[in-house]
Write a protein that binds this ligand. Structure first.
Ligand SMILES: [Zn+2]
Length: 448
């Protein structure tokens, strides 16, 4: 018998694949065979747009890492989570592409200029009077949102936006008290309260995220910090939009395109936020449409995962039916296609019902890059993934044209803003402390 943890690292992978039990399992597994597919992917030419493209792009992208710390306890770790936002002038992009590769010193500066940036307690890290690492983590999670003022000229903190979204969390299923050993269940409120049990310990609004339920006092917490990053990225998007709304900057808003790293979804315990965000985006889009006759431009871009893999597979030249996507063609993914070809399911509920606030599409840019992206529902009419009709997505052609422009010429299938948020953010304007002022000024200038 190998020691615990030894098996996977020690035994070569091909020997595992050859193992009799694995063979037996694979012989029972259903293989997706393209020629048997009932649902096929309709590939269409992207609509041509005549109106001007947005002038600026804001990209929101986070990262996290779990690092060991020396505090006297064995295995102590902290999570370092950072979410950066980058502002790009679309007209500058060609020049930026020529300037690469970038200076690592500039790169480091960018890391420090992240919009939300915090170290959170991980395993075996206790702060203040807390009795467990989990409680320390819960407080830190609250403190970050409570303290994080995104714009120096605006007193609104991220917590305000979170509390607003929390109002839309269904109250039908109360959650268990986050305090160890307490059996009470209740609906978490938008302010700090005491637990109703005798312990009377603090319950934070951010406990409603239920991220702490995945927290391990003594083990690895990578998943937890990943969830925190996901929440902050999406919260920041909504926060930006609401700041624009509060200043009635609808027209500048209509000339911006927002890029979010990953799908337009919230996974795991905080998934309830998805419906709340969707509702808020619909409301905000209604206002922008009323004021400017345009829709918000928000695009989620996936760099990896099942959909990226699937797009690569179906678009391979030597794949059944040869190369299917020509330059400037797209495919809006339907529920039936996803369930048959990508995420096998016979559920009657739509794919991503509880997690997604947008729908996915494949796009091949003019230069031939494959992009897996999603657009938010933005209206009740769009809130469906049954057909592949892009009719309700009035901004679709504009989004495709922006993707053509943004795709990096050096990095295959990566978008400049997203690449930038990771490593090139020093070159474009980084969003400083006066975010809205900076955005508004850039947009007010005659030629940006
Ligand atoms: Zn309690």
């Amino acid at each position: 018998m190998p020691y615990e943890g030894e098996f996977a690292g020690y035994r070569p992978l091909n020997r595992i694949a050859q193992a009799e039990r694995v063979k037996q399992l694979l012989s029972r597994a259903v293989v997706s065979v393209p020629q048997d597919a009932i649902v096929t992917l309709a590939v269409n030419a992207a609509p041509v747009v005549n109106e001007g493209l947005p002038e600026l792009a804001v990209a929101i992208d986070g990262s996290y890492s779990e690092v060991p710390v020396a505090n006297g306890y064995p295995g102590a770790h902290v999570g370092y989570v950072t979410v950066a936002s980058v502002l790009l002038k679309l007209s500058d992009l060609e020049r930026l592409d020529e300037d690469r590769p970038i200076d690592p010193v500039e790169f480091r500066k960018t890391e420090q200029a992240a919009t939300v940036d915090a170290a959170l307690p991980g395993s075996n890290v206790l702060t203040r009077d807390h009795r467990s690492a989990k409680d320390s983590f819960r407080e830190a999670l609250f403190d970050v949102l409570h303290d994080e003022q995104i714009d120096a000229d605006d007193s609104a903190v991220l917590l305000d936006t979170f509390q607003y979204l929390l109002r839309f969390k269904p109250t039908s299923s109360p959650q268990q008290c986050p305090i160890e050993g307490c059996e009470r269940s209740f609906v978490v409120e938008g302010k700090i309260v005491d637990c109703p049990c005798q312990a009377r310990r603090r319950i934070y609004p951010t406990d409603a995220l239920r991220v702490h339920e995945r927290f391990s006092d003594y083990g690895a917490n990578g998943e937890v910090f990943g969830l925190v990053m996901q929440v902050w990225e999406r919260l920041l998007l909504v926060h930006f939009l609401r700041c624009f709304e509060q200043r009635r900057l609808f027209e500048p808003l209509s000339r911006l395109v927002f890029f979010v790293d990953g799908p337009l979804a919230v996974f795991g315990p905080p998934a309830w936020m998805s419906a709340a965000i969707s509702r808020e985006l619909k409301r905000l889009n209604g206002l922008v449409r009323e004021q400017c006759g345009k829709d918000l431009l928000i695009v989620g871009v996936e760099k990896s995962g099942a959909f990226v893999e699937h797009f690569n597979t179906v678009d391979e030249p030597n794949h059944e039916g040869s190369q299917r996507f020509g330059p400037r063609t797209y495919s809006l993914l339907t529920d039936s296609y996803i369930k048959e070809r990508i995420a096998p399911s016979d559920s009657s509920r739509r794919y991503g019902q509880d997690t997604y606030f947008g729908r996915k599409f494949f796009y091949k840019t003019a230069s031939g890059a494959r992009i897996v992206a999603s657009l938010p529902f933005l209206s009740d009419e769009r809130d469906s993934i049954v057909t592949d009709d892009i009719g309700p997505y009035r901004e679709f052609g504009t989004v495709c044209a922006v993707l053509d422009q943004l795709v990096s010429s050096r990095y295959s299938n990566a978008l400049s803003p997203i690449v930038s948020a990771h490593s090139h953010a020093a070159i474009p304007l980084h969003l400083g402390s006066k975010v809205l002022q900076q955005l508004a000024q850039a947009l007010m200038r005659k030629s940006v």
